[in-house]
Design a protein. Structure first.
Lengths: 94, 386
Protein backbone atom coordinates (compact mmCIF):
# COMPACT_ATOMS: atom_id res chain seq x y z
CA UNK A 1 0.00 0.00 0.00
CA UNK A 2 1.37 3.41 -0.93
CA UNK A 3 0.83 6.48 1.20
CA UNK A 4 -0.17 9.34 -1.12
CA UNK A 5 -0.57 12.11 1.42
CA UNK A 6 -0.92 12.85 5.10
CA UNK A 7 -3.16 15.76 6.13
CA UNK A 8 -4.01 17.16 9.49
CA UNK A 9 -7.58 16.26 10.32
CA UNK A 10 -10.18 18.94 10.75
CA UNK A 11 -11.12 17.18 13.99
CA UNK A 12 -7.89 17.43 15.86
CA UNK A 13 -8.97 16.82 19.45
CA UNK A 14 -6.04 19.03 20.36
CA UNK A 15 -7.63 19.91 23.70
CA UNK A 16 -6.98 16.37 24.92
CA UNK A 17 -3.37 16.53 23.78
CA UNK A 18 -3.96 14.36 20.69
CA UNK A 19 -3.51 15.34 17.08
CA UNK A 20 -5.25 13.53 14.26
CA UNK A 21 -4.11 13.00 10.70
CA UNK A 22 -5.87 11.50 7.71
CA UNK A 23 -3.64 9.16 5.73
CA UNK A 24 -4.58 9.03 2.04
CA UNK A 25 -3.76 5.79 0.22
CA UNK A 26 -3.29 4.84 -3.42
CA UNK A 27 -6.05 2.23 -3.29
CA UNK A 28 -8.97 1.05 -1.23
CA UNK A 29 -8.34 -0.50 2.15
CA UNK A 30 -8.85 -4.27 2.02
CA UNK A 31 -8.92 -6.98 4.67
CA UNK A 32 -5.27 -7.84 4.05
CA UNK A 33 -4.27 -4.30 4.86
CA UNK A 34 -6.40 -4.23 8.00
CA UNK A 35 -4.93 -7.52 9.25
CA UNK A 36 -1.46 -6.23 8.42
CA UNK A 37 -1.89 -3.53 11.04
CA UNK A 38 -2.15 -6.07 13.86
CA UNK A 39 1.51 -5.77 14.93
CA UNK A 40 0.96 -2.13 15.85
CA UNK A 41 -1.25 -2.73 18.88
CA UNK A 42 -4.62 -3.93 20.14
CA UNK A 43 -6.74 -4.62 17.08
CA UNK A 44 -10.49 -4.39 16.55
CA UNK A 45 -12.31 -5.24 13.33
CA UNK A 46 -16.08 -5.01 13.17
CA UNK A 47 -16.46 -6.97 9.96
CA UNK A 48 -20.22 -7.47 10.29
CA UNK A 49 -21.03 -3.79 9.80
CA UNK A 50 -22.36 -2.60 6.46
CA UNK A 51 -19.20 -0.49 6.35
CA UNK A 52 -16.71 -2.57 8.37
CA UNK A 53 -14.74 -0.59 10.92
CA UNK A 54 -11.21 -1.28 12.12
CA UNK A 55 -9.09 0.17 14.88
CA UNK A 56 -5.58 -0.35 16.17
CA UNK A 57 -4.60 1.20 19.44
CA UNK A 58 -1.32 1.50 21.26
CA UNK A 59 -0.29 3.61 24.21
CA UNK A 60 0.64 6.63 22.11
CA UNK A 61 -1.43 6.42 18.95
CA UNK A 62 -4.64 5.11 17.48
CA UNK A 63 -5.54 4.15 13.92
CA UNK A 64 -9.09 3.79 12.69
CA UNK A 65 -10.85 3.52 9.39
CA UNK A 66 -13.41 1.82 7.22
CA UNK A 67 -12.93 -1.13 4.87
CA UNK A 68 -13.19 0.00 1.27
CA UNK A 69 -12.17 3.61 1.87
CA UNK A 70 -8.95 5.12 0.49
CA UNK A 71 -8.07 6.83 3.75
CA UNK A 72 -7.85 6.18 7.46
CA UNK A 73 -7.28 8.30 10.52
CA UNK A 74 -4.33 8.33 12.89
CA UNK A 75 -4.50 10.08 16.23
CA UNK A 76 -1.22 10.51 18.04
CA UNK A 77 -0.29 12.13 21.29
CA UNK A 78 1.68 15.28 20.61
CA UNK A 79 4.67 13.97 22.55
CA UNK A 80 4.87 10.90 20.31
CA UNK A 81 4.47 12.24 16.80
CA UNK A 82 7.52 10.19 15.80
CA UNK A 83 5.19 7.19 15.87
CA UNK A 84 3.76 8.48 12.61
CA UNK A 85 6.98 7.49 10.85
CA UNK A 86 6.74 3.94 12.20
CA UNK A 87 3.16 3.70 10.94
CA UNK A 88 4.15 5.07 7.52
CA UNK A 89 6.91 2.47 7.19
CA UNK A 90 4.59 -0.38 8.09
CA UNK A 91 1.96 0.75 5.61
CA UNK A 92 4.48 0.71 2.78
CA UNK A 93 5.23 -2.94 3.63
CA UNK A 94 1.63 -4.16 3.57
CA UNK B 1 -27.13 13.05 6.70
CA UNK B 2 -28.92 12.59 10.01
CA UNK B 3 -27.95 15.41 12.31
CA UNK B 4 -28.23 14.60 16.02
CA UNK B 5 -25.88 17.24 17.38
CA UNK B 6 -28.48 19.90 18.01
CA UNK B 7 -27.15 20.67 21.49
CA UNK B 8 -24.16 22.20 19.71
CA UNK B 9 -26.10 24.05 17.01
CA UNK B 10 -29.53 23.24 15.65
CA UNK B 11 -29.84 22.09 12.07
CA UNK B 12 -31.90 22.45 10.00
CA UNK B 13 -33.46 25.83 10.73
CA UNK B 14 -37.10 26.67 10.04
CA UNK B 15 -37.59 28.20 6.59
CA UNK B 16 -38.71 31.49 8.17
CA UNK B 17 -35.26 31.86 9.77
CA UNK B 18 -33.50 31.35 6.45
CA UNK B 19 -35.86 33.84 4.80
CA UNK B 20 -35.38 36.45 7.53
CA UNK B 21 -31.61 36.14 7.44
CA UNK B 22 -31.52 36.39 3.65
CA UNK B 23 -33.93 39.33 3.66
CA UNK B 24 -31.85 41.20 6.23
CA UNK B 25 -28.77 40.74 4.08
CA UNK B 26 -30.61 41.61 0.88
CA UNK B 27 -32.04 44.89 2.11
CA UNK B 28 -30.14 48.08 2.97
CA UNK B 29 -28.72 47.83 6.50
CA UNK B 30 -30.97 49.21 9.17
CA UNK B 31 -29.34 52.03 11.09
CA UNK B 32 -29.88 51.33 14.74
CA UNK B 33 -31.45 54.59 16.02
CA UNK B 34 -29.86 56.51 13.19
CA UNK B 35 -32.83 57.77 11.23
CA UNK B 36 -32.98 55.22 8.48
CA UNK B 37 -36.55 56.20 7.75
CA UNK B 38 -38.07 53.20 9.48
CA UNK B 39 -39.40 55.05 12.50
CA UNK B 40 -42.98 54.20 11.66
CA UNK B 41 -42.47 50.47 12.17
CA UNK B 42 -40.96 48.59 15.04
CA UNK B 43 -37.27 47.92 14.46
CA UNK B 44 -35.95 44.37 14.54
CA UNK B 45 -34.01 44.93 17.78
CA UNK B 46 -37.00 46.19 19.74
CA UNK B 47 -39.28 43.52 18.34
CA UNK B 48 -36.80 40.74 19.07
CA UNK B 49 -36.38 41.99 22.64
CA UNK B 50 -40.18 42.04 23.10
CA UNK B 51 -40.60 38.55 21.70
CA UNK B 52 -37.76 37.21 23.85
CA UNK B 53 -39.49 38.81 26.84
CA UNK B 54 -42.73 37.12 25.85
CA UNK B 55 -41.03 33.73 25.43
CA UNK B 56 -39.19 33.87 28.74
CA UNK B 57 -41.65 35.73 30.97
CA UNK B 58 -39.54 38.87 31.21
CA UNK B 59 -41.59 41.98 31.86
CA UNK B 60 -38.70 44.33 31.27
CA UNK B 61 -37.57 43.31 27.76
CA UNK B 62 -35.56 46.52 27.53
CA UNK B 63 -33.20 44.83 30.00
CA UNK B 64 -32.40 42.12 27.43
CA UNK B 65 -29.13 42.86 25.64
CA UNK B 66 -27.92 41.24 22.45
CA UNK B 67 -24.50 39.64 22.24
CA UNK B 68 -22.60 36.98 20.36
CA UNK B 69 -23.81 33.90 22.24
CA UNK B 70 -23.76 32.18 25.61
CA UNK B 71 -20.00 32.43 26.13
CA UNK B 72 -20.12 36.14 25.35
CA UNK B 73 -23.15 36.55 27.62
CA UNK B 74 -21.64 34.68 30.57
CA UNK B 75 -18.36 36.58 30.32
CA UNK B 76 -20.22 39.89 30.20
CA UNK B 77 -22.35 38.89 33.17
CA UNK B 78 -19.53 37.52 35.31
CA UNK B 79 -17.20 40.39 34.50
CA UNK B 80 -19.99 42.95 34.79
CA UNK B 81 -21.04 41.87 38.27
CA UNK B 82 -18.87 42.92 41.13
CA UNK B 83 -17.59 39.54 42.31
CA UNK B 84 -15.09 41.04 44.73
CA UNK B 85 -15.52 39.33 48.11
CA UNK B 86 -18.79 37.77 46.94
CA UNK B 87 -19.43 34.11 47.64
CA UNK B 88 -20.32 32.15 44.52
CA UNK B 89 -22.25 28.91 44.37
CA UNK B 90 -22.28 26.94 41.17
CA UNK B 91 -22.51 23.32 40.15
CA UNK B 92 -20.44 20.58 38.57
CA UNK B 93 -22.93 20.49 35.69
CA UNK B 94 -21.75 23.85 34.34
CA UNK B 95 -20.23 24.41 30.93
CA UNK B 96 -16.75 25.89 30.56
CA UNK B 97 -18.42 29.11 29.41
CA UNK B 98 -19.25 29.56 33.11
CA UNK B 99 -16.35 27.78 34.79
CA UNK B 100 -13.52 29.37 32.83
CA UNK B 101 -14.67 32.98 33.22
CA UNK B 102 -14.99 32.31 36.95
CA UNK B 103 -11.64 30.59 37.43
CA UNK B 104 -9.85 33.19 35.31
CA UNK B 105 -11.63 36.22 36.72
CA UNK B 106 -9.10 38.80 37.81
CA UNK B 107 -8.87 38.72 41.58
CA UNK B 108 -10.88 35.51 41.86
CA UNK B 109 -10.00 33.46 44.93
CA UNK B 110 -10.72 29.74 45.17
CA UNK B 111 -12.34 30.17 48.58
CA UNK B 112 -15.02 32.34 46.98
CA UNK B 113 -16.41 29.36 45.11
CA UNK B 114 -18.58 26.51 46.36
CA UNK B 115 -19.17 23.75 43.84
CA UNK B 116 -22.32 21.74 44.36
CA UNK B 117 -22.37 18.20 43.01
CA UNK B 118 -25.06 16.29 41.20
CA UNK B 119 -26.40 12.75 41.20
CA UNK B 120 -25.61 10.13 38.55
CA UNK B 121 -28.29 11.57 36.27
CA UNK B 122 -27.08 15.14 36.61
CA UNK B 123 -29.66 16.38 39.13
CA UNK B 124 -28.55 19.13 41.50
CA UNK B 125 -30.04 19.00 44.98
CA UNK B 126 -31.69 22.20 46.21
CA UNK B 127 -31.06 20.98 49.75
CA UNK B 128 -27.35 20.74 49.05
CA UNK B 129 -27.32 24.33 47.81
CA UNK B 130 -29.09 25.40 50.98
CA UNK B 131 -26.58 23.44 53.09
CA UNK B 132 -23.72 25.28 51.41
CA UNK B 133 -25.35 28.61 52.25
CA UNK B 134 -26.09 27.64 55.85
CA UNK B 135 -22.68 26.08 56.48
CA UNK B 136 -20.87 29.13 55.12
CA UNK B 137 -23.18 31.85 56.33
CA UNK B 138 -20.25 34.06 57.36
CA UNK B 139 -18.92 34.08 53.85
CA UNK B 140 -22.21 35.33 52.43
CA UNK B 141 -22.18 38.52 54.49
CA UNK B 142 -20.92 40.48 51.48
CA UNK B 143 -23.52 38.95 49.21
CA UNK B 144 -23.71 35.83 47.15
CA UNK B 145 -24.33 34.66 43.63
CA UNK B 146 -25.83 31.35 42.60
CA UNK B 147 -25.15 30.21 39.02
CA UNK B 148 -27.19 27.30 37.69
CA UNK B 149 -27.24 25.51 34.37
CA UNK B 150 -30.95 25.02 33.59
CA UNK B 151 -30.51 21.99 31.32
CA UNK B 152 -27.35 19.92 31.26
CA UNK B 153 -25.73 19.73 27.85
CA UNK B 154 -24.43 16.29 28.85
CA UNK B 155 -27.36 14.45 30.44
CA UNK B 156 -30.36 16.61 29.55
CA UNK B 157 -31.23 16.96 33.23
CA UNK B 158 -33.45 19.99 33.89
CA UNK B 159 -32.93 21.67 37.24
CA UNK B 160 -35.75 22.93 39.45
CA UNK B 161 -35.38 26.67 38.95
CA UNK B 162 -38.51 27.52 40.94
CA UNK B 163 -37.07 25.87 44.05
CA UNK B 164 -33.56 27.27 43.58
CA UNK B 165 -34.95 30.72 42.79
CA UNK B 166 -37.00 30.66 46.00
CA UNK B 167 -33.88 29.65 47.90
CA UNK B 168 -31.88 32.49 46.39
CA UNK B 169 -34.59 34.99 47.31
CA UNK B 170 -34.77 33.65 50.87
CA UNK B 171 -31.03 34.04 51.43
CA UNK B 172 -30.53 37.16 49.34
CA UNK B 173 -28.41 35.62 46.58
CA UNK B 174 -28.33 36.84 43.01
CA UNK B 175 -29.72 34.09 40.80
CA UNK B 176 -27.90 33.60 37.48
CA UNK B 177 -29.26 30.99 35.05
CA UNK B 178 -27.53 29.58 32.00
CA UNK B 179 -30.38 28.69 29.66
CA UNK B 180 -28.22 27.77 26.68
CA UNK B 181 -29.72 24.30 26.30
CA UNK B 182 -33.24 25.04 27.46
CA UNK B 183 -34.14 28.34 25.81
CA UNK B 184 -36.71 27.62 23.15
CA UNK B 185 -37.47 24.01 24.06
CA UNK B 186 -38.23 23.98 27.79
CA UNK B 187 -40.64 26.42 29.47
CA UNK B 188 -38.82 29.16 31.32
CA UNK B 189 -40.46 31.95 33.31
CA UNK B 190 -37.76 34.35 34.40
CA UNK B 191 -39.86 36.64 36.57
CA UNK B 192 -41.78 33.86 38.31
CA UNK B 193 -38.63 31.80 38.86
CA UNK B 194 -36.91 34.79 40.43
CA UNK B 195 -34.07 34.81 37.93
CA UNK B 196 -31.93 37.93 38.18
CA UNK B 197 -29.59 37.36 35.27
CA UNK B 198 -30.17 35.07 32.30
CA UNK B 199 -27.74 33.73 29.71
CA UNK B 200 -29.12 32.90 26.26
CA UNK B 201 -27.67 31.73 23.02
CA UNK B 202 -29.38 32.10 19.67
CA UNK B 203 -28.06 29.17 17.65
CA UNK B 204 -29.46 26.24 19.60
CA UNK B 205 -33.17 25.69 20.25
CA UNK B 206 -34.08 29.27 19.34
CA UNK B 207 -33.02 28.42 15.77
CA UNK B 208 -30.91 31.53 15.24
CA UNK B 209 -27.51 31.60 13.60
CA UNK B 210 -24.13 31.15 15.29
CA UNK B 211 -22.81 34.36 16.76
CA UNK B 212 -26.10 35.53 18.21
CA UNK B 213 -27.33 35.50 21.77
CA UNK B 214 -28.57 37.69 24.54
CA UNK B 215 -28.47 38.22 28.26
CA UNK B 216 -30.92 39.69 30.71
CA UNK B 217 -30.07 41.72 33.77
CA UNK B 218 -32.87 42.64 36.14
CA UNK B 219 -32.99 46.38 36.74
CA UNK B 220 -31.53 47.55 40.02
CA UNK B 221 -28.69 45.04 40.05
CA UNK B 222 -25.28 46.75 40.24
CA UNK B 223 -23.83 45.91 36.87
CA UNK B 224 -21.21 47.42 34.58
CA UNK B 225 -20.63 46.85 30.90
CA UNK B 226 -17.27 45.33 29.99
CA UNK B 227 -17.23 46.91 26.55
CA UNK B 228 -17.49 50.53 25.58
CA UNK B 229 -17.71 52.05 22.14
CA UNK B 230 -20.00 53.68 19.65
CA UNK B 231 -23.73 53.85 20.05
CA UNK B 232 -26.27 56.13 18.46
CA UNK B 233 -27.53 57.71 21.63
CA UNK B 234 -25.11 60.51 22.52
CA UNK B 235 -21.75 60.52 20.76
CA UNK B 236 -20.49 63.48 22.84
CA UNK B 237 -20.69 61.56 26.09
CA UNK B 238 -17.32 59.98 26.88
CA UNK B 239 -17.67 59.19 30.56
CA UNK B 240 -20.78 57.44 31.86
CA UNK B 241 -22.37 57.68 35.25
CA UNK B 242 -23.32 54.37 36.85
CA UNK B 243 -26.98 54.64 35.91
CA UNK B 244 -26.31 55.61 32.29
CA UNK B 245 -24.42 52.60 31.01
CA UNK B 246 -25.14 51.21 27.57
CA UNK B 247 -24.76 47.49 27.09
CA UNK B 248 -24.85 47.14 23.31
CA UNK B 249 -22.01 49.01 21.66
CA UNK B 250 -20.63 48.99 18.18
CA UNK B 251 -22.55 47.90 15.12
CA UNK B 252 -24.93 45.14 16.07
CA UNK B 253 -25.45 41.87 14.21
CA UNK B 254 -28.71 42.98 12.60
CA UNK B 255 -29.04 40.04 10.16
CA UNK B 256 -28.36 37.65 13.02
CA UNK B 257 -30.93 39.34 15.22
CA UNK B 258 -33.44 39.27 12.36
CA UNK B 259 -32.87 35.52 12.11
CA UNK B 260 -33.14 35.17 15.87
CA UNK B 261 -36.41 37.10 15.83
CA UNK B 262 -37.77 34.73 13.18
CA UNK B 263 -36.68 31.76 15.27
CA UNK B 264 -38.28 33.13 18.42
CA UNK B 265 -41.51 33.89 16.56
CA UNK B 266 -41.47 30.37 15.15
CA UNK B 267 -41.22 29.01 18.71
CA UNK B 268 -43.98 31.31 19.92
CA UNK B 269 -46.20 30.14 17.06
CA UNK B 270 -45.58 26.47 17.91
CA UNK B 271 -45.72 27.01 21.67
CA UNK B 272 -42.75 26.05 23.83
CA UNK B 273 -44.84 23.52 25.77
CA UNK B 274 -45.84 21.82 22.50
CA UNK B 275 -42.19 21.78 21.40
CA UNK B 276 -41.15 20.25 24.73
CA UNK B 277 -43.86 17.60 24.41
CA UNK B 278 -42.88 16.77 20.83
CA UNK B 279 -39.25 16.41 21.85
CA UNK B 280 -40.22 14.26 24.84
CA UNK B 281 -41.89 11.78 22.48
CA UNK B 282 -38.71 11.55 20.41
CA UNK B 283 -36.57 11.23 23.53
CA UNK B 284 -38.80 8.45 24.89
CA UNK B 285 -38.18 6.52 21.69
CA UNK B 286 -34.43 7.10 22.06
CA UNK B 287 -34.29 6.00 25.69
CA UNK B 288 -36.46 2.95 25.03
CA UNK B 289 -34.49 1.96 21.96
CA UNK B 290 -31.06 2.23 23.55
CA UNK B 291 -31.97 0.83 26.96
CA UNK B 292 -32.84 -2.49 25.29
CA UNK B 293 -29.21 -2.94 24.25
CA UNK B 294 -27.00 -4.59 26.84
CA UNK B 295 -23.66 -3.00 25.91
CA UNK B 296 -25.20 0.48 26.07
CA UNK B 297 -24.92 2.48 29.27
CA UNK B 298 -27.19 5.51 29.39
CA UNK B 299 -26.42 8.42 31.73
CA UNK B 300 -29.93 9.26 32.85
CA UNK B 301 -33.42 7.99 32.17
CA UNK B 302 -36.52 9.10 30.35
CA UNK B 303 -38.36 9.57 33.66
CA UNK B 304 -35.74 11.82 35.23
CA UNK B 305 -33.98 13.61 32.37
CA UNK B 306 -36.41 15.88 30.56
CA UNK B 307 -34.16 17.76 28.14
CA UNK B 308 -33.56 16.96 24.46
CA UNK B 309 -30.07 15.60 25.18
CA UNK B 310 -28.95 12.07 26.01
CA UNK B 311 -25.51 10.67 26.78
CA UNK B 312 -24.37 7.08 26.53
CA UNK B 313 -21.36 4.83 26.27
CA UNK B 314 -21.04 1.56 24.41
CA UNK B 315 -19.07 -1.18 26.13
CA UNK B 316 -16.23 -2.39 23.96
CA UNK B 317 -15.78 0.78 21.96
CA UNK B 318 -14.49 4.22 22.80
CA UNK B 319 -16.97 7.05 22.46
CA UNK B 320 -14.95 8.59 19.64
CA UNK B 321 -15.08 5.27 17.76
CA UNK B 322 -18.85 5.08 18.10
CA UNK B 323 -19.14 8.58 16.65
CA UNK B 324 -16.69 7.72 13.86
CA UNK B 325 -18.66 4.61 12.88
CA UNK B 326 -21.96 6.48 13.04
CA UNK B 327 -20.65 9.26 10.84
CA UNK B 328 -18.63 7.29 8.32
CA UNK B 329 -20.81 4.19 8.20
CA UNK B 330 -24.29 5.64 8.62
CA UNK B 331 -24.08 9.36 7.96
CA UNK B 332 -25.24 10.14 11.47
CA UNK B 333 -23.69 13.11 13.24
CA UNK B 334 -23.44 13.03 17.05
CA UNK B 335 -20.87 14.43 19.45
CA UNK B 336 -18.39 12.74 21.76
CA UNK B 337 -16.11 13.74 24.60
CA UNK B 338 -16.58 15.92 27.64
CA UNK B 339 -18.85 18.42 25.86
CA UNK B 340 -17.01 21.36 27.50
CA UNK B 341 -18.54 20.38 30.85
CA UNK B 342 -15.50 18.76 32.48
CA UNK B 343 -16.72 18.47 36.07
CA UNK B 344 -19.95 16.54 35.56
CA UNK B 345 -18.21 13.41 34.31
CA UNK B 346 -16.82 12.44 37.71
CA UNK B 347 -20.28 12.82 39.19
CA UNK B 348 -22.10 10.72 36.61
CA UNK B 349 -19.26 8.21 36.28
CA UNK B 350 -18.48 8.67 32.60
CA UNK B 351 -14.73 8.94 33.18
CA UNK B 352 -12.06 10.56 31.08
CA UNK B 353 -13.51 9.41 27.76
CA UNK B 354 -16.75 11.31 28.30
CA UNK B 355 -19.85 10.22 26.46
CA UNK B 356 -21.52 9.91 23.10
CA UNK B 357 -24.14 12.64 23.07
CA UNK B 358 -27.30 12.54 21.01
CA UNK B 359 -29.32 15.72 20.89
CA UNK B 360 -32.46 16.57 18.97
CA UNK B 361 -34.44 19.63 18.01
CA UNK B 362 -38.05 20.36 17.26
CA UNK B 363 -37.30 19.56 13.62
CA UNK B 364 -35.83 16.11 14.29
CA UNK B 365 -38.08 13.38 12.90
CA UNK B 366 -39.11 10.01 14.33
CA UNK B 367 -37.66 8.36 11.24
CA UNK B 368 -34.24 9.86 12.06
CA UNK B 369 -34.46 8.53 15.62
CA UNK B 370 -35.42 5.07 14.35
CA UNK B 371 -32.49 5.06 11.90
CA UNK B 372 -30.14 6.05 14.71
CA UNK B 373 -31.40 3.24 16.94
CA UNK B 374 -31.03 0.79 14.05
CA UNK B 375 -27.44 1.93 13.52
CA UNK B 376 -26.52 1.51 17.19
CA UNK B 377 -28.21 -1.90 17.17
CA UNK B 378 -26.03 -2.96 14.25
CA UNK B 379 -22.89 -1.65 15.93
CA UNK B 380 -23.60 -3.43 19.21
CA UNK B 381 -24.41 -6.71 17.48
CA UNK B 382 -21.23 -6.60 15.43
CA UNK B 383 -18.88 -6.08 18.35
CA UNK B 384 -16.43 -8.86 17.66
CA UNK B 385 -12.83 -8.58 18.75
CA UNK B 386 -10.61 -10.93 16.81
Amino acid sequence: MKLMDKVESRERCAEAGWFAYDFLLDREIDQEFIRGLKPLGSWVFLSMLAKPFFKVESEHFMIKGILGECHFRVAVHHEHEDELIRIERLIELI
Amino acid sequence: MIYLNNAATTYPKPQCVLDAHAAALSNPPSGQFRSSGSFLKEDVFTRCRKQLGKLFGIHQPERIFFCAGATDASNKILLGLNLHDKQIITTVTEHNSILRPLYNHQGFKAEQLSLVGCDKNGKVSTQEIESVILNNSGRFKNGGICIINHCSNVTGMVQDLYAIGTLCKTYGLLFVVDASQSAGCIPLDVDKMGIDLLILTGHKSMFGVQGTGAYYVRSGIPFRPVMFGGTGLDSRKLKYNDDEFEFEVGTQNAPGIAALLAGVEYILSQGVEAIAEKERILMRKLYEGLSEMNPVRIFGSYDTNEGPVMSFQLEGLKCADVAYILETGYGISVRTGLHCAPLIHDAIGSGVDGTVRVSISELTTMDEIEQFIKAVTEITSSLTVE
